[in-house]
Design a protein around this ligand. Structure first.
Ligand code: HEM
Length: 206
């Protein structure tokens, strides 16, 4: 029997869709800005700058929906980390992902109305949404208004350091996305979770 839980309210799905789309635009234009040169522009430089700026602003405004939505609905409860026993539960989940799942074992932290994420997922989402994305937004805005950046830090250009941090965290986010997509395929069927983030209903394992 397939039990269906309504875990992704409409505001969250709209946030997620805009976030994912803008993220992809930022990724493609960002890679182009970083690596293209005059003889081989992946995307024409001025276009890449414009689309990167527009997508960055939309993602930043959209981020407010994520924070406000979490503050005003029950969704924030799924992100609360309990430090006590965290390491053990992370190991348990990692062990399941590395071995248990391939032996057909039951997931150690099944999804229910009070637990949407397993411990690894929760840590990944908290770090991504409350550390990485804010760093990207702050450094991105600073680079958009470079006059706000301190000129020199220990003899290094403030703009260079801001761009460096923006670039390093973008790689962490790309890594997050790859892992996010892989683990999203581990639902009841490989496409169950993708359907959930579109129609709102989580499909529980039998
Ligand atoms: C092409 C892009 C993406 C696809 C196909 C995708 C897919 C999914 C799927 C299937 C889920 C539901 C499964 C789950 O609860 O984990 C989900 C949830 C989530 N995704 Fe993504 N995702 C994408 C991009 C992103 C990006 C770029 C971020 C953040 C930087 C992100 C952050 C999240 C978060 C925080 C949740 C949980 C939301 C909640 O239920 O509170 N996703 N995503």
């Amino acid at each position: 029997m397939t039990e269906k839980l309504y875990l992704y309210p409409i505001w969250l799905r709209i946030w997620h869709a805009i976030n994912a789309l803008m993220f992809l635009v930022l990724l493609v234009t960002g890679v182009s800005l970083q690596y293209s040169n005059i003889d081989f522009p992946l995307i024409r430089f001025d276009y890449a700058v414009t689309y990167h700026n527009i997508a960055g602003i939309i993602l930043s405004i959209n981020y407010l929906i994520f924070v406000l939505g979490n503050l005003t609905t029950g969704n924030a409860r799924f992100y609360k980390l309990k430090i006590k026993g965290l390491f053990q539960s992370l190991m348990k989940q990692a062990n399941y992902y590395m071995f248990g799942t391939f032996k057909g074992e039951e997931t150690p932290f099944p999804v229910n109305a009070d637990r949407k994420f397993n411990p690894l997922q929760k840590v990944a989402y908290v770090v991504t949404m409350y550390v990485f994305i804010p760093i990207m937004i702050i450094t991105g805005l600073a680079l958009l208004f470079p006059e706000t950046i301190v000129e020199n830090v220990f003899n290094l250009s403030g703009i260079y350091l801001t761009a460096l941090l923006h670039g390093i965290v973008s790689i962490m986010l790309l890594l997050f996305l790859v892992i996010h997509l892989y683990f999203s395929t581990m639902g009841k069927t490989p496409i169950s979770n993708f359907k959930s983030i579109v129609n709102g209903y989580h499909e529980a394992h039998d």
